[in-house]
Design a protein around this ligand. Structure first.
Ligand code: NAD
Length: 319
């Protein structure tokens, strides 16, 4: 395997740290840009990774990219919270759109640059009900966050047309796994509430569905995407939809904690149902999701149990 230079933006975040775990098993050189706004570096204690603490919107980030001249960029750094994107539209657009543009323009200065892999989202489809969604399905974001992802895809496509800029945008379904600092998703939220014997909130009827994909499968997809022959947009998902009520029941069963959820009004900006076809990405890369929702939840339980055991051991005081 020829040694290449990888830059992972947002490498200290939820998805990014899993990508780093996979990359450190390869001989490639690894660089990270992160401003640590939601990320955490403390547990990525790996000397081989060069961390640049800066904002993707800054000149520092641009200079760093030109300096390290990566072959590949996996761009994950973003404002990822939908309610924040609604309350602070300017901030969301600034980080997600202008930050991404800053990186694209920096990569265009790098000789022998090979591919920009962008973390897009199912949020670009909004409330499109023609499930499963394919890449050609109508784009109709329901939130500034979804809009920002869609605009970045358009900037990437335009730069490909103008200057053959090599890119690939992966529209992730709902990613779950062991979240440490990042804003909680529905699975982490149910998990943490139930463990503390508190009743989780379910917005709306709970019959709304999501396509849940385990973070390890996403990390693998991001690395495989560098070799895709034809750039463009790809869904990365399981192609399965599960209702929020069912997710709640599965987690309750795993934890053996039965509490009635608190029911509240649906939230503005939430899509009703979501399921993404992963055929295009599977054909392009031979990738397959390795986890079903059940095996992913079981894996999550195993990780959390190990963490608890480790924390307990470390807190044992010997007098
Ligand atoms: N987690 C999901 O369900 C999901 C679904 C679809 C798409 N995505 C996309 O995947 C990517 C990663 O998501 P995540 O869940 O790991 O989020 P995360 O919040 O855990 O990670 C984002 C990382 O980017 C860093 N960051 C944020 N703003 C920055 C800035 N201006 N400059 C430099 N660094 C900055 C944060 O410190 C953090 O380490 C995001 O682009 C997100 O939009 C995630």
């Amino acid at each position: 395997m020829r040694k290449k230079r990888f830059l992972v933006t947002g490498g200290c975040g939820f998805v990014g740290s899993q990508v780093l775990q996979n990359l450190i098993k390869t001989p490639h050189e690894i660089f990270v840009i992160d401003n640590l706004s939601t990320g955490d570096w403390s547990w990525i204690l790996e000397r081989r990774i060069d961390l640049k603490i800066c904002d993707i919107r800054s000149k520092d980030a641009l200079d760093y990219i030109v300096d390290i001249a990566p072959h590949y960029v996996i761009h994950l750094a973003a404002q990822t919270d939908i309610p924040t994107s609604m309350e602070q539209q300017h901030l969301d657009a600034d980080i997600n759109i202008l930050g991404t543009l800053n990186l694209i323009l920096a990569c265009k200065k790098v000789v022998n640059f090979e591919r920009f892999v962008f973390a897009s989202s199912a949020a670009v489809y909004g409330n499109n009900t023609e499930l499963p969604l394919i890449e050609e399905s109508r784009i109709q974001p329901q939130s500034p966050y979804g809009m920002s992802k869609s605009i970045c895809e358009q900037y990437l496509s335009l730069n490909e047309k103008m200057d053959d800029f090599p890119y690939c945008a992966l529209r992730f379904a709902n990613v779950y796994g062991n979240k440490r600092r990042a804003k909680k998703d529905v699975i982490s939220n149910f998990w943490d509430e139930l463990i503390q014997q508190r009743a989780p909130i379910i917005f709306g009827s709970g019959e709304q569905t999501r396509d849940f994909i385990f973070v390890d499968d996403i990390a693998e997809a991001l690395i495989l995407a560098i070799d895709i022959k034809r750039g463009g947009v790809y869904n990365v998902s399981t192609n399965e939809q599960t209702s929020i009520n069912e997710v709640f029941q599965r987690i309750s069963n795993l934890l053996q904690i039965q509490l009635d959820p608190v029911r509240q009004e649906p939230r503005i900006g939430d899509v009703y149902s979501s399921c993404l076809s992963n055929q295009k990405f599977k054909i392009a890369t031979e990738w397959e999701p390795t986890y079903t929702l059940q095996t992913g939840l079981e894996k999550l339980q195993e990780i959390k149990m190990k963490e608890t055991l480790h924390a307990t051991k470390n807190s044992d005081v010997v007098i």
